[in-house]
Design a protein around this ligand. Structure first.
Ligand code: PMP
Length: 308
């Protein structure tokens, strides 16, 4: 992966090589950070780069900071403006990924959240595809369980919590699968390693509610809105049982990195007829148009980087 040229660090944009923390850094040692994953998409007809839903991403990012008791003097709008400036400085004219990170700058020994000094850094890199077989992923049911909100906040993007996602992903990939679905402690499908999930049964779109220890995904919210408003589909939030995978019509995963990824096999068994289903395909195509700023009705979600 190519390194960024710049980063936002200690309140200003600096060369990436200057954005450094010491090995005693609190977040590096104890996982007491929080991050966001935002994407910008290139529209070649308009020669414009659009950041997708930056305000919503930064709202969730600052909420993750609150979960860590971080005291931060930024609004979502401030962070959006810094991001736009950073992408322009980096000079990117292609699809890219933006990684904002809250970290505690303290170099001390002691696990805690109080009396620490939280800071924000942001960097951006060119980015295309996250899951290789995103037109028909083969997943397994992970033997790991999803973190529970009473242990680690599941609705926050807390750095330390991602050891759970890392176990889920690595165990699946080393066993030959593209991804895994992870169950909540009481055995219902929660999500993927870094994506939310949707099932189609009899034309109805079903996704687990936020209380199933999911991350409250922005792509999830986007897809729910598109399904309802553009396709008139019924969308319900309810628990999903594991065996519903064997009888449902379609299944897909959503996430900033994964976009809309079709899931066509689970543990060597076909889902539906084993190919991307029609509802998944329509949502996937519409989502791609949406993020590239092609849907006039949603243009408030597309933040242009370059001013004409
Ligand atoms: N779940 C987890 C654990 C994630 O890390 C992500 C990626 N941010 C998602 C779901 C999808 O969320 P979003 O659509 O906001 O990217």
């Amino acid at each position: 992966m190519t390194l960024p040229k710049y980063a936002y660090f200690e309140g200003k944009i600096v060369p990436y090589s200057e954005a450094k923390v010491g090995v005693m850094n609190h977040t590096l040692n104890y996982g007491t950070g929080a991050f966001a994953g935002v994407r910008a998409y290139w529209n070649s007809d308009r020669e414009q780069l659009y950041v997708f839903r930056p305000i919503d991403h930064f709202k969730r990012f600052l909420q993750s900071g609150r979960l860590l008791q971080a005291k931060l003097d930024y609004t979502p709008e401030d962070l959006r403006d810094i991001t736009l400036e950073l992408i322009r400085t980096e000079g990117l004219h292609e699809d890219c990924y933006i990684r904002p990170l809250i970290y505690n700058a303290d170099e001390i020994i002691g696990v805690k959240l109080h009396d620490l000094h939280a800071k924000i850094t942001i960097f951006t890199i060119p980015f295309t595809r996250y899951i290789e077989h995103d037109e028909g992923a083969h997943v397994t049911i992970s033997s790991w369980r999803r973190i529970d909100d009473n242990a680690i906040p599941a609705r926050g993007k807390i750095t330390g919590a991602y050891i759970n996602s890392a176990y889920v992903k690595t165990t699946a990939v080393l066993s030959g699968f593209d991804e895994a679905l992870v169950l909540s402690n009481d055995g219902h499908i929660s999500e993927g390693s870094a994506m939310n999930v949707f099932m189609v049964r009899d034309g109805i779109l079903i996704t687990p509610p936020p209380t199933e220890n999911i991350l409250e995904g922005i792509t999830r919210r986007t897809i729910m809105a598109l399904a309802r408003e553009e396709f008139g589909l019924e969308v319900i939030e309810r628990r999903i049982d594991r065996t519903e995978l064997y009888i449902c019509d379609e299944f897909f995963m959503t996430g900033t990195a994964a976009a809309v990824t079709a899931v066509t096999r689970v543990d060597h068994q076909d889902i539906g007829d084993g190919a991307m289903g029609p509802i998944t395909k329509r949502l996937r195509d519409l989502y791609d148009d949406l993020v590239r700023g092609k849907l006039e009705a949603y243009k408030d979600w597309n933040e242009p980087v370059y001013v004409a």
